[in-house]
Design a protein around this ligand. Sequence first.
Ligand SMILES: [Fe+2]
Length: 311
Amino acid sequence: MALTQTQQFQPGIGLTTTKAPFIEVARSRGELYIEQPYELYSEENHEAWRRLYARIQDRWQRYATEKFLEGVSKLCLDPNRVPRLDDVNQFLAPLTGFKAKAVSGYVPAYIFFDCLRRREFPTTITVRDINSLDYLPEPDIFHDIAGHVPMHTDKRFADTLVRFGEAAHTAARLVQEIKDPELQVQRIISITRALARFFWFTIEFGLMRGRNGELKVYGSGLLSSYGEIAHAIESPEVQRYPIQLEWVINQYFEIDHYQPLLFIVDSFDHLFDLVDQLERWMLEGKLNNVSPGEPTMSEEDIRSFLEAVVD
Ligand SMILES: [Fe+2]
């Protein structure tokens, strides 16, 4: 039976991933950007946050890059309660201009990248179910706020995200100039695939050389996973290589298991330069025919590039 409006907005009803009536209503209304209705979080949601946050502390100390650890302390996250985005932004915005912006779910590719260009980070506000803390295919607030946002306190990293958003803007401009509709779609798919792969192997799953040459994690998919952060550094089965752009843009990935292949950057200056190079390659046509395979682009992703405002 459908919940009445009063029940959907009842305090404490919960904002649990895939089980939040508030989110379903927002999506059915086509609302992408939403408020964070903080009073709807249940005690179980707060408890899930508390457990996730508590158990990963030691692993962050051991495996995370020091830039991330500095970011965590700058954000003053409450270990016991789901964070309020407004509180996070009060600490974050003065540092790099970035802000976490609540969204109701999946953000089409161009819109996501364009938010980065404007120093906005689309942020999921739901919390994973307390009975499945280890794995969920969807992002949640722990992934977005505890995994991504501490990195946004670092100036060079933040500038890299903006630069990446600019590269996506260049991509939209390039594809909108193409007259043949079939070629246009083929081109969007190839270039976006290259951009998404780059994002995946760096921002989500990147490794970096630490001060003494040891490997550290800066990718948010790893930083928000209790199991995979250790696996990424310790497992002899994981292939870890110095990043090569030509490899990254042609390498498919799968999201439903630990990553068997990771790439290492030297620094965030190095990462920034790679985004520059990625855009140069795009302009030269080198991203027009990257190898097929994951990720696939949805109709919405394609349309987001076609409908992008490129001035
Ligand atoms: Fe992410």
